[in-house]
Design a protein around this ligand. Sequence first.
Ligand SMILES: [Zn+2]
Length: 502
Amino acid sequence: MSLKLVKAPGEIANLFPNGAEFSCYEDSFQKTASLEAMMARDSKERFLLLAAKENAGEFAFFEGETRSGNGIFAKRAPLTEKNAASLRKVFAWTAPVPVLNKKCSFGCGDRLGLATAAHAELFKKYDAFPVFAQQSIRELTLTKRTYRSVIDDATFLVFQAGYTGGYGADGDHLKSFEHIDMALEVGVTMLTLDLSDQLHPAFADCCGSKVEEAYDALPEELRKDMEKTYLASPVQLKSSRIVFSKEELMRCVLIYTDAMNFAAKVGERLVSHGAGKVDLEISIDETSAPTLPEHHFFVANELKRRNVVFASLAPRFIGEFQKGIDYIGDLKEFRRQFGQHVEIADYFGTYKVSVHSGSDKFSAFPIIGELTGGHFHLKTAGTSWLEAVEAISFADPKLFREIYTKAFAALPAALKLYHITADFSVLPKEETLSDDQLPELLKCVPGRQLLHITYGAMLGEDPAMHDKIYRALFVHEKEYEKQLEEHFEKHISLLGIPLKKA
Ligand SMILES: [Zn+2]
């Protein structure tokens, strides 16, 4: 458990009017040659507590209420943008770094900006690199946050946890240069390029003659090059072969060529931003049909031919990876197809397979861990929010009832944004449930999905509800942290991620 609160050092706290109320996160104590720093809280909020011999140097980087006495200067520094930047300057390990190139990496989307300390506690122990700051444009819009605030929140919580192992910041599911530049500007260290707007998936299922007609309209030079590259001989993978039929090749060329050209431009943009500063993930998972092995091979090979450096690729896997619940589908078939995707990535040897909507896929985790040999990226997005709602369900039943009722009202709009197939009509009305039955709603599929996808109504659209939720999680910080640790440890252990070597 990371949440060890101790009394703030008296000589610092005593300088403030309500200093007797201050407590500090024990793991956050840091010292440099000129500065003492820690994360503290009183009954209202968290803040940085700083002390120095002189009101200058590192101490002066931070803004806040300054007091002096007993030969020291002390500062109560609020969790502002400026102070996050100062923290990154003084303690470099609180800034994000590229981690996708590591063997095992794990995305912990944190919609609230409160979950990172608990996540960090696990990554102190387990041998994988976390991506703590990870939000998609959809999430930012629905929660009214910015990439700047997402990274700042992670900075403060990494400091709070005293986690020095390095973490990534992912501009998740970006589709346009406008959003890519916005993310690069605030210092993301990973960019997930979502190619769905550039793909032409209709060519996956339209009839052969239509495909041929569209293909024949392409420049002859392009067609000749493609046929020479893909039809000449099969590709031998470890235990299977990739064989392109002319028709499948035509489909690939038609579906993916625009996307590959766009990815090449993004690749150039990243090179000009600074080689090695930002890892690229290629995402082709946001489509209705599973990614065929030929298609995965084609995409990886075309990116290679365009000199696009990428660290991971997210195919759309067979079965359903719905938000916040276990895998839906035939696990045997998943195993077979997932194994092929891993073999293709191994064939190129320059990137790893990435699993999106990876939270709560408990029955698939052992397969993912085994077949990749622990070499993967896995993304979770909303499950930390669900853990927050679950903590509220037993710590503050009254508030949970409000959230639950509001979620129903927000459901029709949310269903337009998320692909979910649960039957919500089976969910009981809140007034028919006793307080101790409320947490059960987070154990069933429709309950989880209802609360998973309606977060925008709570966090973005309703300031009063937003504040109530943040207040409850501040008061019940310990309960929330316990929920998160248990839930993520279940993920990590089923994926077979080993403990760090001492
Ligand atoms: Zn995705």
